[in-house]
Write a protein that binds this ligand. Structure first.
Ligand SMILES: *Cc1c(COP(=O)(O)O)cnc(C)c1O
Length: 347
């Protein structure tokens, strides 16, 4: 979901960006007009998150899954292994995809218990030879989210695809952040990478130039044609967040939105959520009804009531309410009313 204000601005500027007589979709990426758009977006993101100069900010073509390969290519720095914290489908996939590049180690995993918790810090297996520790801040499918940054000495590489800009980020705690744009920032097709410059000076031999963070940074992400329209839309979204009051305001809103839903779920004997309360997602609230029949009915009737995209991921089933930044609290109020009514009728 994108905020109406962002889409309205894009619509107003669609045919004529800033008096150029051209759409952003038509402007060449090497023109001054586009370079202004690109620089503005980067500056806006840097100020929103307080990203210091010793981090590259990259806007790259392709999705977050591509970065599951690209991150090891750039960040291994000749070390023997990389560690993965596995708390759901996405971190599991990231680990699998890294296997051709290095010895992949499991720092901890909640797979055996159905990805409903984050293993206790004392149980984590860490080694000195790990180049980095990869984790997924918010597991979008299972609805499991880290409430704080893991406390370890290995450089952290974080997949923030579904949680970036939903709360303040202490950049200094990360080696790299990767985030596909499509969940919380802009249309699909682009990934944002924020990376400590000192960690990407030694790429794996054979790394394609287009996947080389440092080379991309040296060329302002314009080694080839970047996803220009997505980059522009991301800039509008950053400005919108800033106008709304910044990341603290987003965090407050997202907490309030998710608490409203969890309260309803916890107080009902009809809906259920089995994620450990210490790591419930504020972005994707996953819950279940008593059976498949009621789940299908819930999805059908909620659509009729104007509530869309509630069907759970195919790997998890059930219902998933995504509460990204652009989702207004009135959307949650409507969902809560619908759920209350549905339970009265079928509970
Ligand atoms: C959606 C998602 C991805 C996959 O993104 P693609 O751009 O489709 O590759 C990766 N990680 C997380 C946490 C996601 O939510």
């Amino acid at each position: 979901m994108l905020p109406n204000e962002v889409m309205e601005q894009a619509m107003q500027e669609f045919m004529d960006w800033n008096g150029t007589g051209m759409s952003v979709m038509e402007i060449g990426h090497r023109t001054n007009a586009f370079i202004d758009i690109a620089k503005h977006a980067e500056q806006s993101l840097r100020s929103l998150v307080s990203i210091p100069d010793d981090y590259h900010v990259l806007f790259l073509a392709g999705g977050a899954t591509l970065q599951f390969s690209v991150a090891p290519m750039n960040l291994l720095r000749g070390r023997k292994s990389a560690g993965y914290i596995v708390t759901g489908i996405w971190s599991g996939k990231a680990q699998k995809i890294a296997e051709p590049y290095t010895e992949v180690k499991t720092i901890c995993s909640s797979q055996a218990t159905g990805y409903r918790s984050i293993p206790a810090r004392e149980s984590w297996q860490l080694d000195d030879d790990m180049a980095y520790c990869f984790y997924t801040e918010n597991e979008t499918v299972g609805g499991v989210e880290f409430q704080s940054v893991p406390d370890i000495d290995v450089p952290l590489v974080c997949d923030m695809t579904s949680s970036i800009l939903s709360r303040p980020i202490d950049i200094s705690k990360y080696g790299a952040i990767i985030a596909g744009a499509q969940k919380n920032v802009a249309p699909a097709g682009m990934t944002i990478v924020i990376v400590d410059k000192s960690l990407c000076e030694q790429v794996l031999p054979g790394t394609p130039d287009l996947l080389n963070y440092q080379l991309q940074a040296e060329h302002d992400c314009m080694l080839n044609t970047p996803p220009t329209f997505n980059w522009y839309m991301a800039g509008l979204m950053f400005d919108w967040i800033k106008n709304e009051g910044g990341l603290e305001v987003m965090a407050e809103r997202n907490l309030r939105k998710s608490e409203g839903l969890y309260q309803l779920i916890d107080s009902s004997g009809f809906y259920s959520n089995e994620v450990d309360r210490s790591c419930r997602s504020r972005m994707n609230v996953v819950f279940y009804l008593p059976n498949e029949e009621l789940t299908s009915l819930f999805i059908r009737q909620s659509e009729e009531a104007g509530l869309f995209a509630l069907k759970g991921h195919k790997a998890a089933g059930g219902i998933r309410a995504s509460l990204y930044n652009a989702m207004p609290s009135s959307g949650i109020d409507s969902l809560v009313s619908f759920m209350t009514e549905f339970e009265l009728q079928h509970g």
